[in-house]
Design a protein around this ligand. Structure first.
Ligand code: NI
Length: 167
């Protein structure tokens, strides 16, 4: 396994729309293992392949307290979405920035598991938020894109300052 570098907002590669996975093979399993390791190390509760500059529709999530429940979603699509919730979100691609985003309270997600089997999951609360946040990444959207233009500009400036300090 290996840690993968995470793209930082506003890297234009975060805007790429990921393509469907057509074959689940050893390469896919290796990528998923590396993504999980990268997410746990960060630490974070979700990571989309887009964030590690792989533009395939793959997401890993673990919202459990003890980091014992890795969930892998390949080609995830949202079905029914109900209700709304507003929560403070952050993102491994936008370190140090947290802001409120409105999301659906309950979602149904269809996806393939690592064996290529079609699965369907009903999620609510934090898991539902995380699924929506990560599917956004696969479509080239970062949570910052849901904020006002003024906030987006402030965040871009802050990220540019951070990049200079760490460079
Ligand atoms: Ni994110």
């Amino acid at each position: 396994m290996a840690l993968l570098p995470i793209l930082r907002f506003p890297d234009p590669r975060l805007k790429k729309v990921a393509t469907l996975v057509t074959r689940i093979d050893e390469g896919t399993r290796k990528l998923v293992a590396d993504m999980a390791e990268t997410m746990y190390e960060a630490p974070g509760i979700g990571l989309a392949a887009t964030q590690v500059d792989v533009h395939q529709r793959i997401v890993v999530i673990d919202v459990s307290e003890d980091k014992s429940d890795l969930q892998v979603f390949i080609n995830p699509t949202l079905g029914q979405c109900e209700g709304s919730q507003v929560g403070e979100e952050g993102c491994l691609s936008v370190p140090g920035i947290y802001d409120k985003v409105e999301r659906s309270e309950r979602v149904t997600v269809s996806y393939l598991d690592l064996d290529g089997k079609q699965q369907k999951l009903e999620a609510e609360g934090l898991l539902a938020v995380c699924i929506q946040h990560e599917i956004d990444h696969l479509n080239g959207t970062v949570f910052v894109d849901h904020l006002s233009l003024l906030k987006q500009t402030r965040i871009k400036n802050k990220m540019a300052k951070q990049a200079r300090v760490t460079a």
